[in-house]
Design a protein around this ligand. Sequence first.
Ligand code: PLP
Length: 422
Amino acid sequence: MSFVTESPVWRPFTQHALQPGAFKIARAEGAWLESEDDRRFLDAISSWWVITHGHRHPAIMRAIREETERLDQIIFAGFTHEPAEALARRLVALTPPGLDYVFYSDSGSTCVEVAIKMALGFWRNRGDSRTRIVALEHGYHGDTIGTMSVGARSPFNAPYEPLLYAVSRIPFPTRGREQETLDALERACGERPAAFLVEPLILGAGGMLVYGVDTLKEMRRICAHHNVLFIADEVMTGFGRTGTLFACQQADVIPDIACYAKGLTGGALPLAVTMCKREIFEAHLSPERARAFFHSSSYTANPIACAAGLANLDVWATGEPAARVAALCDMQAKRLARFADDSRFSNVRRLGTIAALDLNLAQAGYLATVALDLMRFFNERGLLLRPLGPTIYVLPPYCVEDAELGLVYEAIGEAADRFGGG
Ligand SMILES: *Cc1c(COP(=O)(O)O)cnc(C)c1O
């Protein structure tokens, strides 16, 4: 059976009353998922943005198998192991200069929580109790209570609102109105917050909203000027998604703290890191135990996940992913061009390998269910796409072929015929 309906599994971000079933996937390879009865789906969103090179990259799979011959989970306080040590050294060399320390965890949400805790610990240990976080409107940083707090408030987190802490929110830098964002950041920084937390160049779950390199640069400058820590959430943007290995590189921005997760193992296993500057680590050095950084996950620096991370960096070192990313950027630009002047779409946009466009709906009544309707429409055509409301985005693994991408854009055109209005 390939469509599961009777199941004790409670799935993420799923209204079971409207989506009682799920496709049961038995095999994955490259850009494709395959069900038990041989239905195939082109994974055009990289299985929720984690798969970079393609499913089951051979070198990463091999590294995982080999590491299982040596280690499983090892306590990471007082003990360490070569996969974690080697991966940390490699990451320090690869990421923007100055990010000299690596704290391991296991998900995007957790590595952002760690970043926020590092920032607050930094100020407290320096005798300056700054606790407020500044964040961008429409931002998304995870689904834990702490990361929901810094993320955009929406119907998705309304039930938890009483538990969410207050943050200073500045407007998203819409094209032509960037100065309003910068002015708001300047004002917020004047109130001595602990840190500014931001997704560099593109807000993912907020709707694939793109903003410019100059704005990112300016935001970084303002934070430095006011001595406010700058935290880059590169959980989605990291590992090639925006065309460069990391989005911050495009703006020559060096964050004080950076969060990486989704593509760190090529998407094979859960692993995340929070990297920080020396002064943040050193602010936690003291003869007093109370000044230590109190955080741990049970699976901190899992050796098998670290081995997958190392194999992923070896794959990047071949130069092949960078070439594939460059080719994918061109393919996306070319495919997207056909919709640039199509009145059924607005905000046709691309950042690196990510393409997005907003469908203008034929009937206002579609709005409530459009994301689900579109998802089903694409699923029936053998495509895994998961629109954010009326925003359709294409975020494929880097192995995708131009002809495969053609199938995706063909279906987007058909979806516009069905649901779109000019
Ligand atoms: C996905 C995402 C997260 C959360 O990552 P999880 O691994 O799902 O917890 C945080 N920040 C950004 C920018 C993300 O895209």
